[in-house]
Design a protein around this ligand. Structure first.
Ligand code: SAH
Ligand code: SF4
Length: 357
C-alpha cells in the first residue's frame, strides 16, 4: 500500500510488524505492546503522550509513523437517532461513517447493540445503478488505518462505545481485500480494539472469488450479500457486477462460505418500485434463501437525488413480504424512523460535493 504521506499510518500496523520493527532498532519486544496499549486501550493521540517510553524512542516513532486524525466536516442526527459523520481525510477525500445507537426498533427491546457503519473506499467502482456511492465513481482504497480511525473518531466524538461494526458504508470492502482484512485483524485483536469477529459484518455486492477467499480465512466475520434481484435478468439491470459473477457463481460462493464457516448469511434486498418488487421475484428470492438457509433483510429503497428509482408503496412492500413468507423463508423488513438521516451511505458526501460545485 502506498500512503499519501511518507509515514506509515500507525493505526495500520499490527503487533507482529511493530515487534519486528523494534527488534531491528534494538528495542525490547515489550515496547511494541506498550505502544499498542497507548493506542487502543488509552487512546493516545500522539507519541508524545506515551509517557513511559524513552524520549528518543518517541521521537523516532514520530518520524517513522503518522497519526492521521480525520477531520469532522459535518455531523447529522442526534444522540438517540442515527448519526452520520462526514470526515475529510489527509488527502482531502471525503468519507462517511454512520453510528446507529442502541435502537429497540431495530434490534428489539433490551438490546444494547451500538453499530458503526464504516466506509472501505473513497467512492466505488461497481456502479450499481441505484447507489449514491457509485454515482461519482471510484477514487481510491482506504488503508486499514483509515478504517480504524473511523471507529476511534466516532467513539471519541460521540462518547459511545461501539460493539458492532458493519462494512456497509461507501465502497466495496471485498475489492479492497488486503486493507479490509488488516482492519478486521486490528479490530479483532486483543492488543487492538478487541471486538469479536461475530460482531463484524461485511457486505458485498457479490464478488464471488473474494467471498471464497474470505471463507478460507479463520475469522468468523458475518457475511451479507447485496442481492437486490433473484434472477440474472433483474440483477443485470441494476448491478453491473452480475455480468462478471452471475447468480449461479455467486450463490455457489455463498454456499461455500456457509459450509466452511458453519454460519447463516444474510441476503440484502432493497425494494425498488417496478424493478424487483414483483411477487415472482419474492418467490424466487424465497427459493434462494431456503437453499442457502439464509436470512433475508428487505430494505425499502432510499431515493437518491438525481436518480429515478423509487421506493414501492407500503401496500406493495407488504404484498412482497407476504409472498416471501409464503415460501417459508426467514425474512424481515427494516423500516426505521427518520428516513432522512438514515439515508444510505454515500448520500451525505454526494450532497456536500454538490454544494461545493
Ligand atoms: N458495496 C457493498 C457495501 C456498501 S453498500 C455492497 O454493495 O454490499 C451497503 C448496502 O446499502 C448495500 O446493500 C447497498 O446495495 C445498499 N444501498 C445502496 N444505496 C442504497 C439506497 N439508496 N437505498 C437503500 N440501500 C442502498
Ligand atoms: Fe458500490 Fe455497494 Fe454502491 Fe454497488 S451498492 S455501487 S457495490 S457501494
Amino acid at each position: 500500500m502506498k500512503y499519501s504521506s511518507a509515514k506509515t499510518p500507525i493505526h495500520s500496523v499490527t503487533l507482529a510488524e511493530l515487534q519486528e520493527r523494534f527488534q531491528e532498532m534494538g528495542q525490547p519486544a515489550y515496547r511494541a505492546k506498550q505502544v499498542l496499549e497507548w493506542l487502543y486501550a488509552k487512546r493516545a493521540g500522539s507519541f508524545a503522550a506515551m509517557s513511559n517510553l524513552p524520549a528518543a524512542l518517541r521521537e523516532h516513532l514520530d518520524a517513522a509513523f503518522g497519526f492521521e486524525v480525520p477531520e469532522l466536516v459535518r455531523k447529522t442526527g442526534s444522540e438517540d437517532t442515527t448519526q452520520k459523520f462526514l470526515f475529510k481525510l489527509a488527502d482531502a477525500s471525503l468519507i462517511e461513517t454512520v453510528l446507529i445507537p442502541a435502537s429497540p426498533a431495530l434490534y428489539g427491546e433490551g438490546s444494547d447493540r451500538r453499530t458503526l457503519c464504516v466506509s472501505s473506499q473513497v467512492g466505488c467502482a461497481y456502479g450499481c445503478k441505484f447507489c449514491a456511492s457509485g454515482l461519482s465513481g471510484f477514487s481510491r482504497h482506504l488503508h486499514a488505518g483509515e478504517i480504524i480511525d473511523q471507529f476511534l473518531r466516532v467513539e471519541d466524538l460521540s462518547g459511545e462505545r461501539v460493539n458492532n461494526i458493519v462494512f456497509m458504508g461507501m465502497g466495496e470492502p471485498l475489492a479492497n481485500f488486503d486493507n479490509f482484512l488488516r482492519a478486521v485483524t486490528i479490530l479483532n485483536a486483543p492488543w487492538g480494539i478487541g471486538l469479536g469477529a461475530r460482531h463484524m459484518t461485511v457486505s458485498t455486492s457479490g464478488l464471488a472469488p473474494q467471498i471464497r477467499a474470505l471463507a478460507a480465512q479463520p475469522l468468523q466475520i458475518r457475511l451479507a450479500v447485496s442481492l437486490h434481484g433473484a434472477t440474472d435478468a433483474v440483477r443485470d439491470q441494476i448491478m453491473p457486477v452480475n455480468r462478471k459473477y452471475p447468480l449461479a457463481e455467486l450463490l455457489d460462493a455463498c454456499d461455500e462460505y456457509c459450509r466452511r464457516k458453519s454460519q447463516r448469511i444474510t441476503l440484502e434486498f432493497i425494494l425498488i418500485e417496478g424493478i424487483n418488487d414483483s411477487l415472482e421475484q419474492a418467490a424466487e428470492m424465497g427459493k434462494i434463501a431456503r437453499r442457502l438457509e439464509a436470512k433475508i433483510n428487505c430494505i425499502p429503497y432510499n431515493p437518491v437525488e438525481g436518480l429515478q428509482w423509487k421506493r414501492p408503496s407500503l401496500r406493495r412492500q407488504e404484498a412482497f413480504m407476504a409472498a416471501l413468507e409464503r415460501t417459508g423463508a426467514d425474512a424481515t423488513i427494516r423500516r426505521e424512523k427518520g428516513g432522512d438521516i438514515d439515508a444510505a451511505c454515500g448520500q451525505l458526501r454526494l450532497q456536500v460535493s454538490r454544494e461545493e460545485n
